[in-house]
Design a protein around this ligand. Structure first.
Ligand SMILES: Cc1cc2nc3c(=O)[nH]c(=O)nc-3n(C[C@H](O)[C@H](O)[C@H](O)COP(=O)(O)OP(=O)(O)OC[C@H]3O[C@@H](n4cnc5c(N)ncnc54)[C@H](O)[C@@H]3O)c2cc1C
Length: 463
């Protein structure tokens, strides 16, 4: 039986990054992938298909809003078949590129579902029967799966989850979106953009509840201005078919109320995909449903690493990749028995973005995280409705916010609600990466007129 140096379970964003790094360092690496279609969540059912559909929604919104720019046009609806054909073309291209990278021979690429037999042995149930694989070190990067909490009547009534939504050619007249996280908000923006009537029901008091309250409120307000009915602090009571549609009954402020729509989109969460791995045979500990990891990405078994959605803390691609690379570096050190200090994850510039309308992005600490760390902070904001470039482009919802340490004025975090949020947040990511202060940022030249120059206002205020 071959013994690999580094055996990666799951060929998604984290697994591919880790395997590439380890192979480049000269380790004997194998990746096992259990899905029929190779590519991982981001390419197949996550970032890329969702942003492709959001591009259709943005085009539809632009046509509907063209008259105020003096452009004559008539919105004739969205052709769902054309939208899906465009998406399939792009995703097939991304997917076959990734398949090519995985099969390029830099490491062994094995197909089949893996499970642990003991801390150093996997069983691989593949197309050619069962195989046993041994390795000195492992990476678990099996991602996450959709989890729908039990809601009375939901299964019987029928609903779409994000996988089904991303495949559907049908544009419903009306949709009720359950959830208030990133996937729910992007879905609500997609449906509103393509012309559906949208209601969003969120259990917590705020959408995107991990972000600062003013940021969440601005997103909810922006969605309302797009015509989305946003209801927060609701408890879903039951779902049924009535009044010619799908009815969601919910309780808000003690009163039972309801919304009727043609379709329900359920975006109430995902959970780590650990069920099939038989982690107890490997002695790998869980924290709740996630695999517990140290900053080195080591699990409770030092030679078994985890990276990506399977361990968190945030289900986003850039962290999955960074974690995979940290794990691979540390696996190299174990295999080579080097005495170097292990690599560790640095979440100082933790980044999060939602491609809703309005879009949102945040980097670094939230106000709540800064308070929990006992840091004295100052913040300054500037609105897009007073900024030249956003005004001429007609995108005046939202604001930018900068947070600094009150004494050193070092930048600790930033948020954007509004146009190109996920792009312009990168200015603050770069500033934070180089430990800049607000004064440093204020001195950086900015071209005029750009969206990016909006940062100079809070930076000057906090200098
Ligand atoms: C609708 C949607 C939109 C999103 N948009 C964004 C976005 O805009 N930006 C962003 O950063 N993130 C986004 N995400 C999240 C992002 O897609 C994930 O965080 C990321 O893809 C996770 O990568 P991963 O490597 O951890 O897991 P995955 O890419 O899911 O890879 C796990 C792999 O492991 C395989 N596997 C599982 N179990 C086994 C087993 N037992 N044996 C062998 N193989 C196995 C799976 O088949 C899969 O290929 C989005 C997610 C969704 C659902």
């Amino acid at each position: 039986m071959v013994e690999y140096d580094f055996l990666v379970i799951g060929g998604g964003s984290a697994g591919y990054a880790a395997a590439s790094y380890a192979a480049q360092q000269g380790l004997n690496v194998a990746v096992v992938e259990g899905a029929r279609k190779v590519g991982g969540l981001c390419i197949l059912r996550g970032c890329m298909p969702s942003k492709t559909l959001l591009a259709t929604a943005a085009s539809a919104s632009a046509v509907r809003g063209a008259a105020r720019f003096g452009v004559q046009s008539t919105f004739g609806g969205v052709d769902g078949a054309v939208m899906q054909a465009r998406k399939r073309l792009l995703i097939d291209d991304f997917q076959s590129y990734r398949e090519g990278q995985l099969s390029a021979g830099r490491f062994e690429f094995l197909r089949g579902k893996a499970r642990f037999l003991d801390p150093y042995t996997l069983a691989l149930d593949g197309p050619h029967g069962q195989q046993r694989l041994r390795a000195k070190t492992f990476l678990i990067s099996t991602g996450s799966r959709i989890s729908t909490p039990p809601i009375t009547g939901l299964e019987e009534t029928g609903y779409l989850d994000s996988d089904a939504m991303l495949e559907s050619e049908h544009i419903p007249r009306s949709v009720t979106v359950l959830g208030g996280g990133a996937i729910a908000l992007e879905a609500a923006s997609f449906y509103a953009g393509v012309g559906s009537t949208v209601t969003l029901l969120q259990r917590s008091k705020r959408v995107l509840k991990e972000l600062d309250p003013d940021v969440s409120e601005a997103v909810a307000e922006g969605l309302r201005r797009q015509g989305v009915r946003v209801e927060t602090g609701v408890e879903i009571h039951k779902v049924e078919t009535a009044h010619g549609g799908k009815v969601v009954r919910f309780v808000r402020n003690g009163a039972v109320t309801e919304v009727v729509s043609e379709e329900i989109l359920c975006a109430l969460g995902r959970v780590p995909a650990t069920g099939a791995l038989e982690l107890e045979s490997a002695g790998v500990a869980l924290h709740g449903l996630r695999i517990s990891v140290k900053a080195t990405q080591q699990t409770s078994q030092p030679h078994i690493f985890a990276a990506g959605d399977v361990c968190g803390p945030l289900d986003v691609v850039h962290l999955a990749i960074q974690q995979g690379e940290v794990a691979a570096r540390n696996a190299c050190q174990i295999v080579r028995a080097t005495a170097l200090a292990p690599a560790e994850m640095d979440y100082r510039t933790k980044l999060f973005a939602v491609f809703s309308e309005p879009a949102v992005a945040a980097v670094g600490l939230s106000l709540a995280e800064a308070a929990a760390e006992g840091l004295p902070v100052l913040t300054a904001t500037y609105p897009f409705n007073d900024h030249g470039k956003s005004m001429v482009e007609g995108h005046t919802d939202g604001f930018v916010k900068l947070m600094v340490h009150a004494e050193t004025r070092r930048i600790l975090g930033g948020s954007v609600v509004g146009p190109q949020a996920a792009e312009i947040i990168h200015e603050i990511v770069v500033a934070m990466f180089f430990n800049a202060t607000a004064g440093d940022l204020a001195r950086v030249p900015h071209y005029h007129p750009t969206l990016s120059e909006i940062w100079t206002y809070p930076a000057e205020e906090l200098s």
